[in-house]
Ligand binder design. Structure first.
Ligand code: ADP
Ligand code: ADP
Length: 226
């Protein structure tokens, strides 16, 4: 069974814009798939449909056999975007604990899990820092830790590293790959307009064309994972 199944999936916005046109794609559990294409080709729309923020117009979209809305209730999807939405007046650890606190986990258990993921991203020594004290790369690491803390089955990343300098971006790419390799049951969908980044990170790359919002090619990448 596909983890995410898109068949003949189309999205037309109310103003008539065709954002996705007849997209067919099956994503298996544990894949790391990138969506590459120019601005406006419908990459963010795919994420909006998967998270149930927006409804598709026709075709089928299912996540482990569930509709996006049902999947949303199951609460096993995390999201990372470029402008990390960290709470500015909360410490790093409080930011990372937030998803667990919100679902009612005990403070002790949440703290333990937050420390675990902060260790994974190399920020174990920064638990009490405030976001503004951190560099852009470190803030992104906090965002990734916060996304991982709930042990998501599906991780959606929308241009997460686009605003970072080249060196920081490369180290975050390395870290993300090693995190994904540690837990191959996590499926990652990664949006980027950087072809090199997509090829470096992914097991498959879905190439999208701007009009009319189609996946024009799906390229398997034979990555020599370390
Ligand atoms: P990408 O993420 O690849 O840049 P989007 O999914 O954001 O592309 O957008 C795909 C197309 O749909 C674009 O033409 C965009 O202008 C349009 N679009 C996106 N959101 C909306 C919306 N809420 N209403 C109308 N058109 C939209
Ligand atoms: P819908 O609920 O119709 O599927 P969304 O909820 O995705 O649409 O739309 C989010 C907001 O983005 C809307 O309020 C819409 O006005 C706005 N928007 C309109 N046109 C665009 C566009 N071209 N690109 C991005 N956002 C847009």
């Amino acid at each position: 069974q596909a983890f995410v199944r898109m068949s003949n999936l189309s999205k037309v916005y109310p103003n008539g814009t065709v954002a996705l046109n007849d997209v067919n794609l099956d994503i298996s559990e544990g894949e790391f798939i990138s969506f590459v294409g120019p601005s406006g080709c419908g990459k963010s729309t795919i994420f909006k449909l998967i998270t149930g923020l927006s409804g598709h117009t026709s075709g089928e979209l299912s996540i482990l056999g569930l509709t996006p809305k049902e999947a949303r209730k199951a609460n096993n999807t995390s999201f990372v975007f470029q402008d990390h939405t960290l709470l500015p007046w909360s410490t790093v650890i409080d930011n990372v604990m937030l998803p667990l606190s919100l679902r009612g986990d005990s403070r002790k258990e949440s703290r333990k899990e937050a420390e675990r993921v902060l260790e994974m991203v190399g920020l174990r020594d920064y638990t009490k820092a405030l976001p503004r004290m951190l560099s852009g790369g470190m803030k992104m690491r906090v965002s990734i830790a916060r996304a991982l803390v709930s042990k998501p089955k599906l991780l959606l990343m929308d241009e997460p590293f686009a605003a970072l300098d080249e060196i920081t971006r490369q180290s975050l790419q390395d870290e993300l790959l090693s995190i994904w390799q540690q837990d191959r049951s996590m499926t990652v969908l990664f949006v980027t307009h950087n072809v090199f980044e997509a090829v470096f990170l992914s097991s498959r790359v879905a190439v999208m064309t701007p009009r009319p919002g189609k996946i024009s090619n799906i390229v398997p990448i034979d990555v020599p994972y370390p």
